[in-house]
Design a protein around this ligand. Structure first.
Ligand code: SAM
Length: 258
């Protein structure tokens, strides 16, 4: 199906670079009996080499033409095809601890990452191709420009590492941005456990609401200076200077004080 016309609305940029493809498969380290889900198999650049190592591979794909293409491939007998939008997909419907991989459609990557955080306890590891700028935000540490809400929220759930940088020419069509492969490994309570996750999540959102403002200002409706100082945050600090674990601490402090 080399005649398949890439659909922009589905974020289709197909991997062409065989070295990058084998680097990704090596990073995933698939073992024959692993439960693996690939998001957006497309024209099977990663799918085909994965099926060589696996007894079975779950794939979730939205494009009907691509599903027809996949069904005709020699490795189709190894595929379990989930037809539809991955943002609606119930990852827990596949029983067992799983590995998730994908060269993700960049237009849905942030909502997808937040959905995947919900099933982190059910995951062994995840390897994703994303916009490099997004990966840099995911792995960013405090006091850097890239550090923000995405860093704090994902670091609550995962250890993350930028593994491979991938230039636009590795794809057809070439995207306008650089890409990178990230490894995400769920970690339990590494930065502490939020007693009330929604409270923690809202607090992080509000803290970064206006990056230039102090934490005192951004949180003025829910925390006073004494609350901030109680957990070791200086009221005049900005959100980007505050470590992930302090957000958990502050949220728990406010929940308990309420
Ligand atoms: N894995 C292939 C590769 O590396 O060449 C294709 C990657 S392409 C960047 C993204 C893939 O995700 C496409 O196959 C696209 O049709 C699929 N896709 C886009 N939006 C999707 C969605 N909401 N749910 C499931 N698949 C989606």
């Amino acid at each position: 199906m080399t005649e398949h016309k890439a659909r922009k609305r589905f974020g289709q940029n197909f991997l062409q670079d065989t070295r990058i493809i084998s680097d990704i498969v090596n990073a995933v380290r698939p073992q024959a009996d692993d439960i693996v889900i690939e998001i957006g198999p497309g024209l099977a650049a990663i799918t085909e080499p994965l099926t060589r190592k696996l007894n079975q591979l779950h794939v979730c794909e939205i494009d009907r033409d691509i599903i027809q293409f996949l069904k005709k491939q020699p490795f189709a007998n190894k595929l379990v095809i989930h037809d539809g939008d991955v943002l609606q997909f119930d990852f827990r419907s596949i029983v067992g601890k799983k590995k998730i991989v994908g060269n993700l459609p960049y237009n849905i990557s942030t909502p997808l990452l937040f959905r995947l955080a919900d099933v982190a306890d059910d995951v062994i590891d995840m390897h994703f191709m994303l916009q490099k700028e997004v990966v840099e935000r995911m792995v960013a540490v405090p006091k850097t420009n890239d550090y923000g809400r995405l860093s704090v929220m994902l670091q609550y759930f995962f250890d993350m590492e930028l593994l491979i940088e991938v230039p636009p020419e590795s794809f057809d069509p070439a995207p306008k941005v650089d890409s990178a492969v990230v490894r995400m490994i769920p970690v339990l309570n590494r930065i502490g456990k939020a007693e009330n996750f929604k409270h923690f999540s809202d607090l992080v959102r509000d803290s970064f609401h206006q990056r230039r403002k102090t934490i005192r200002n951004n949180l003025k409706n829910i925390a006073n200076d004494d609350d901030l100082l109680a957990v070791g945050i200086e009221p005049q600090q900005r959100a980007e200077e505050i470590a992930p674990e302090l957000y958990v601490k502050l949220s728990n402090y406010l929940v308990q004080a309420a």
